[in-house]
Every structure is written in structure tokens, then in C-alpha cells.
Design a protein around this ligand. Sequence first.
Ligand code: PMT
Length: 222
Amino acid sequence: GRTGVLAGKTVVITAGPTREPIDPVRYISNHSSGKMGYALASEAQKAGARVILVSGPVALSAPIGVEVRPVLTAEDMLQEASSAVDEGCDLFIATAAVADYRPETCAGDKIKKSSDAMALSLVRNPDTLATIAGRDDAPFSVGFAAETTDVASYATDKMQRKKLNMIVANDVSAPGLGFNSDNNAVTVFWPGGQTSIGPDSKTNIARQLVAMIGEHLGQAAR
Ligand code: PMT
């Protein structure tokens, strides 16, 4: 509530997958369920924040007291997240699993099958987190890293490259954790430290992450 660690703060969170259209009936996407991002939105709201959740297509309902702004593609996500941050934002958390590439063009009509093989031409998508964390007026920025190998080195490299205040690494190769499950296990890195949380439910991990982020945000503000 009003006395929580994020009281008076505005928080923008991205969650879920993006969907990159191939033709009117097909798309490229991934297995993100949105559960990690929705759990963080709910816990941030309970910790006193005003929360805007920029969400890809998921089967979850809006957490109580949280404003959901739905998006489909990576380009939509950049636009919605940027305008939410423009409105004033203290903390940005990127949990979304954004498609790194999209089809170069979306066919106007359903693509017919003809030859035995076909190629799809893909182009890079914009990076919402890097764009927001790189702004002159960047909020305190927290990224997630979904890795299967060398989790710590890839995660800390991402933190430096994208100019993040913290990064939350989950080992998505572990069975029953990470993508599309109710549980997760994470290691949080910040310049000069790290700590591991879980395995535990995404709700409990989100609660602990909010407490940790609140502490670091408080230190950054002093
Ligand atoms: O949704 P769930 O089923 O609950 O699963 C949760 C999760 C595994 C998806 C989540 O915990 C997680 O790890 N999210 C990040 C997934 C990811 O794809 O990470 P990445 O290593 O590709 O990207 C690094 C960071 O940059 C992420 O914070 C991502 O949101 C951000 N990013 C990446 C690419 C891009 N174009 N725009 C971005 O903002």
C-alpha cells in the first residue's frame, strides 16, 4: 500500500511474448506465458507503486489495480513502453520475451504451399529495454536474461551493454522453471554484487525481487 517500498513510484513493466506476423493467419512467437511479468506487476502494485503493464498476448487477467496496455509485435511494444515512460517513470522492468527478428514483410494473403522448401526473410526488431535504458532521462532499469549456457557471463555482459542497473538471469534450460511454468529460479546481478533466489513460485520470487529493487532504487535516489 501507501507505505510499501515502491510507494509514490511509477513502474512500467513489459511482459509476455511478442507475435510477429508472417501472413494473415500465421506468426512467429515463443513460449512466454506472461506469468513472471504479471507476478511482478502485482507485487509492485502491492508495494505501493502505480503500475503500467505493457503486455504481449497472454491468457492472464489484469492484476488488481494494474493498468494493462496490450501489444502484439516488438515494434508495438517499443512504442507503448516508450510512451508510458514519456508520461513519467521511476522504474522500468523488462520481463517480456521479445522476438529478436520479424518477417521482413507480412504477406497480404495467406501464403499457399507450393514447393517442398521455403525460406522466410527476417529482419532485426528494435530493443525496447536497450532503447529505454539508453535514454538521457532513463528510469532505473531492470532487465531479464533467458539463457541456457554461461548464464552469469551472458547476463552481466547484457547488463553492461544495455546500460542496466540490474539484471535478473533465469536458467531456462532447467526443467519446470522459466518459460511457461509457475516456478522460477533466478540470479540477480548489479554492478558489484549478485544474489540467487529460488527455486520458488513466480509470486514469491516477484515479492523478493520487488523488495531488492526497492532497496537499490532507494540507494540510487540518495
Ligand atoms: O512469461 P513467463 O512464461 O513467465 O516466462 C518468464 C521469462 C522466462 C520469459 C522471463 O523470466 C524472462 O527471462 N524474460 C526475458 C526473456 C528474453 O528473451 O530475454 P533476452 O535475453 O532475449 O532479452 C534480454 C532483455 O532485453 C529482456 O529484459 C528483454 O525483455 C529485453 N528485450 C530483448 C529484446 C528486445 N527486442 N527488446 C527487449 O526489451
